[in-house]
Design a protein around this ligand. Structure first.
Ligand SMILES: C[S@@+](CC[C@H](N)C(=O)[O-])C[C@H]1O[C@@H](n2cnc3c(N)ncnc32)[C@H](O)[C@@H]1O
Length: 263
């Protein structure tokens, strides 16, 4: 059974960016820096895996106020945005840069799209807001709506990074957040029948620069960065989503023990 979602983000939609700016301000970087870093990473990773973003139909699942979409629109073929927060979606749709994005709301649970609709679905810092009991279903739904060969991409907070935990503990809308490690996320990918293509930790340094990016890439397998990404792919043929989940013992134990960092 899927828990009915509440739209707690409705209350934060009008000043979402300002609230985040206040929290990440200590790093000396703006919220825009973190959004840009992930957009660049997403486009570079897809390209490195042989995809052509300009030809892709993508879904930004949990798109919030559409900050990512504003940067992504010029680089992708078709972009859809979906969220449980109607107030956030209203703001996302009002941004002139997002005029071509097809926005929708839903109550959580089944995604309002046909099977095999998208070339890629990405969820950026969304899963830790989804009740833990719904994670498996969330992944099954993402897998259902991507085409065979399509991508499921997750960006999440790294619970092993002390600064990330500090930020989360001070963030009003992270009060109910349940952070999950990259290992737990990979278990969810496998349970959904997705093939994992890449796991990387990023945002180790809050600065831009080609050589820093090279250092980050060299260290991406270590759980050091503020966030991580997991990129999985739906097998091109003979896809049979596993309905009986079989996480490893370590993954199962972590799912049970995942900590909620209440402030
Ligand atoms: C921290 S915000 C991130 C917004 C956006 N992805 C970004 O990076 O700016 C989390 C978003 O996830 C949304 N959300 C939470 N549960 C969801 C669900 N089950 N399906 C879709 N969106 C969800 C919230 O409404 C909120 O807009």
């Amino acid at each position: 059974m899927v828990t009915q979602m509440t739209s707690e983000f409705d209350a934060y939609a009008s000043d979402y960016r300002e609230r985040i700016e206040r929290i990440v301000g200590f790093s000396g970087r703006s919220h825009q820096f973190f959004v840009e870093t992930k957009v660049n990473h997403l486009l570079e990773t897809l390209t490195s895996l042989g995809a052509v973003p300009k030809q892709m139909r993508m879904l930004d699942l949990g798109c919030g106020t559409g900050e990512t979409d504003s940067l992504l629109v010029p680089h992708v073929g078709e972009l859809h945005g979906l969220d449980i927060s109607a107030a956030s979606i209203a703001i996302a749709g009002q941004r002139p840069e997002n005029a071509s994005v097809r926005y929708a709301t839903y109550p959580g649970g089944q995604l309002p799209y046909e099977n095999d609709t998208f070339d890629a679905v990405f969820a950026i810092t969304v899963l830790h807001h989804v009740p833990r009991g719904d994670w498996t279903r969330f992944f099954q739904e993402m897998t259902r709506v991507i085409k065979p060969g399509g991508f499921v991409i997750l960006y999440e907070h790294n619970p092993f990074n002390p600064l990330t935990r500090w930020v989360v503990s001070r963030c009003e809308f992270d009060r109910e957040a349940v952070l999950l490690s990259a290992r737990t996320a990979q278990g969810l990918y496998r349970t959904a029948g997705l093939r994992i293509e890449q796991v990387a930790h990023l945002l180790l340094f809050p600065w831009q620069g080609a050589w820093l990016r090279r250092v980050e890439r060299a260290l991406q397998n270590l759980p050091l960065g503020a966030q991580y990404t997991v990129i999985g792919r739906k097998p091109a043929v003979g896809h049979e989503p596993r309905t009986t989940s079989a996480p490893t013992v370590a993954e199962f134990s972590e799912l049970l023990n995942a900590k909620s960092f209440d402030s």
